[in-house]
Design a protein around this ligand. Structure first.
Ligand code: MSP
Length: 513
C-alpha cells in the first residue's frame, strides 16, 4: 500500500523577484517531494503566491502601477523560475484566483457561523513588511521598529472584525506541548510555547481601509486580513469549500508545512486555531528552517552581497541546478541559520567533483579497461564487507533522515558512501591487482564492490540531484525510471552489465582571477 504525502512551501509575496531564500525553501521542498515520489508515495507538492495586503499595494504605488499589474508581472517570474529550476510542484496557487477567493469566503463564513468572529475596533502597531500586528510591549521592546526589516512600525486605528484567537490559544498550546514533532525544530517550538504561555489576544482579521484583498462575505467594505487569506491557501488549493473536495479529502491533513523561521508564529498558532474553529484536523508537521545571510551579514542589494535571481541563474547555468541544490542543502543542518560564502560554495562543488565524480570516473575507467562489464562478486574480505554493509545501510538511513527533515544528512549520506568507496579503491589498489593474473578473482570482487557503491550513491542522490544522479546512472547503463529508491538499491547493478568509460559529471569551480 502506498502512503499519501502532501507538502507545501509558504506562498511568497510577489512584490519582488525570488531570491536565494525563496529558492532554498522551494528546493528543499522539491527534494522532499521527489524523495516521497521515489519512495512510491502518492505525493502532492504545493507552492504559490500571496498577492494581497498592504505591502503589495505600497510596492505597486511606488512603481506607479495597479496591484494587479504588479502581481501578474512578478508571479510570471516566480512561475518561470520554478520551471527553469525544474521544481516539480503539482500545483501553484495564486491568492487572486477565483478558486481561492471563493474558498476564503467559505472559510470566513464558517468562522462567523461558529461565533468565532466579532466586530470590534483595533488600535495598535502594525509591521507592514511582515503584515503583522505587534503588541504594545513588543513594539516598545523593538523601539517601534520591525523586528525583521528594521522599518518603523505603523499605528493603526480602525473598526475591524476579530477572530477569537484567545479562545483557542490554550488548546493550541496543549496540542504543541503534547505533540513533540508537530512544530520543529525543538528550539523554535520552545519559543512558540513560551510566547503562548504569556497569553494571546484576539486577532484583528479584517481591514476597512484596504481595497486590495478578499471582501468579508458579511461586510464587503472590509477585506480579509492577508494572513487569514494566505494561510487558507493550504486547503483552498485542495478544493476546500468548492464543489469538488476530492483532493482535500485525499490529502488533508498536510504532512509537512515547510517555512522560514520568521513566519512560524502564524503557522503554529493562527493556522491551528483557525483549523480548530473549522473543525478540521491539524497539520502533521510544521518545520521552520533558518535564514540565509551572506558573508556573515544580512543580505542586501546596497551591501552588494545579495544572492538574487541573477546570481542564481548564473550559477545554475555554469554549474548546473543540482550543484546549487547540493550547496544549499548541505550548507548547514536543516533548521539552522546559514551563511553564503563563495569559499563554501566552491568547497561543495569540489566535493561533488572530487568525491562523487571522481569515484564514478575511476570505477568506469577501471571496469571498462579491465573487464568491459560488471564482474561477479568472488571471495570477500573485511574491507569488502564493510563497504557492502554501508551500501545496505543507505536506504534505511536516508528514510530516517527524510522522515526527520534532516536534509543536510540527505545530502551527505550518499556522498559519504562515495568517499568510502574512494578509500576502498585506494586501499585495494585495483590497478596493481590488474597486473597480476593470480589476482583476477580478487580484482573481480574489488571492482564489483566499488561499482555497487557508486551506483548506490547515485541512487541515493536522485531526490536531491535528479539530473546529475540520473546522468551518472545512465553512464553506468542504468535507467532508474519507474522504480522506487528501495527497489533500485535492492536490485543493485547487474552482473555482466556492459560498462564503458565515462564523462566527467561535475564542473569544478573556476580558479579565482
Ligand atoms: N507571504 C508570506 C508567507 C505566507 S504562507 C501562508 C511570506 N512571503 S515571503 O515572500 O516573504 O517569503 C517568506 C519565505 O521565504 C520564508 O518563510 C522562507 O521560506 C523564504 N525566505 C525569505 N528570505 C529568506 C532568507 N534570507 N533565508 C531563508 N529563507 C528565507 O512571508
Amino acid at each position: 500500500m502506498t502512503d499519501r504525502f502532501y507538502l507545501t512551501t509558504p506562498i511568497y509575496y510577489p512584490n519582488a523577484e525570488p531570491h536565494v531564500g525563496h529558492v532554498y525553501t522551494t528546493m528543499a521542498a522539491d527534494t522532499i517531494a521527489r524523495y516521497h515520489r521515489l519512495a512510491g508515495d502518492d505525493t502532492f507538492f504545493l507552492t504559490g503566491t500571496d498577492e494581497h495586503g498592504i505591502k503589495m499595494v505600497k510596492t505597486a504605488v511606488e512603481q506607479g502601477i495597479e496591484p494587479t499589474v504588479l502581481v501578474d508581472r512578478v508571479v510570471a517570474v516566480f512561475q518561470e523560475v520554478w520551471k527553469e529550476l525544474k521544481i516539480s510542484n503539482d500545483d501553484f496557487i495564486r491568492t487572486t484566483q477565483p478558486r481561492h477567493k471563493i474558498g476564503v469566503q467559505k472559510i470566513v463564513e464558517k468562522l462567523l457561523a461558529s461565533g468565532d468572529i466579532y466586530l470590534g475596533s483595533y488600535e495598535g502597531w502594525y509591521d507592514e513588511g511582515q503584515e503583522e500586528f505587534v503588541t504594545e510591549t513588543a513594539a516598545k521592546d523593538q523601539q517601534y521598529k520591525s523586528a525583521i526589516s528594521g522599518r518603523p512600525l505603523v499605528r493603526y486605528k480602525e473598526g475591524s472584525y476579530f477572530f477569537r484567537l484567545s479562545k483557542y490559544a490554550p488548546a493550541v498550546l496543549k496540542y504543541i506541548r503534547e505533540h513533540d514533532d508537530f512544530v520543529l525544530p525543538a528550539t523554535r517550538r520552545n519559543e512558540v510555547i513560551s510566547k503562548l504561555e504569556q497569553g494571546v489576544e484576539d486577532l484583528s482579521i479584517s481591514r476597512a481601509s484596504l481595497k486590495w484583498g478578499i471582501p468579508m462575505p458579511n461586510d464587503p467594505k472590509h477585506v480579509v486580513y492577508v494572513w487569514i487569506d494566505a494561510l487558507s491557501n493550504y486547503i483552498t488549493a485542495l478544493g476546500y469549500g468548492s464543489n469538488d473536495q476530492s483532493l482535500f479529502d485525499k490529502y488533508w491533513p498536510v504532512n509537512l508545512h515547510l517555512i522560514g523561521k520568521e513566519i512560524l508564529w502564524f503557522h503554529a498558532v493562527y493556522w491551528p486555531a483557525m483549523l480548530m474553529s473549522l473543525g478540521l484536523p491539524l497539520p502533521r508537521r510544521i518545520f521552520a528552517h533558518g535564514w540565509w545571510t551572506a558573508d556573515g551579514r544580512k543580505m542586501s542589494k546596497s551591501m552588494g552581497n545579495f544572492i538574487g535571481l541573477e546570481k542564481i541563474r548564473e550559477l545554475a547555468a555554469r554549474y548546473g541546478i543540482d550543484s546549487l541544490r547540493y550547496y544549499l542543502l548541505r550548507a548547514a543542518p536543516f533548521g539552522h541559520d546559514l551563511d553564503w560564502t563563495e569559499a563554501d560554495f566552491n568547497k561543495s562543488l569540489n566535493e561533488l567533483a572530487n568525491v562523487v565524480g571522481n569515484c564514478l570516473n575511476r570505477m568506469l575507467n577501471m571496469v571498462s579497461k579491465y573487464r568491459g562489464s560488471l564482474p561477479a562478486l568472488g571471495a570477500m574480505e573485511d574491507l569488502d564487507r564493510n563497504v557492502l554493509s554501508q551500501i545496505r545501510g543507505l536506504g534505511p538511513k536516508l528514510a530516517h533522515a527524510y522522515a526527520n527533515c534532516e536534509l543536510q544528512q540527505c545530502a551527505l549520506l550518499p556522498v559519504e558512501l562515495a568517499r568510502a568507496a574512494n578509500g576502498f579503491i585506494d586501499a585495494t589498489a585495483p590497478f596493481k591487482l590488474a597486473k597480476d593474473p593470480q589476482q583476477a578473482s580478487r580484482l573481480d570482487t574489488v571492482l564489483h564492490v566499488a561499482a555497487q557503491a557508486i551506483y548506490a550513491t547515485l541512487v541515493g542522490l536522485l531526490p536531491l540531484m535528479p539530473e546529475k544522479a540520473e546522468a551518472g546512472l545512465r553512464q553506468l547503463g542504468c535507467d532508474p525510471t519507474g522504480k522506487t529508491i528501495q527497489q533500485l538499491l535492492d536490485a543493485g547493478l547487474a552482473v555482466g552489465h556492459p560498462i564503458a568509460a565515462g564523462q566527467p559529471l561535475f564542473v569544478k569551480p573556476e580558479a579565482p582571477k
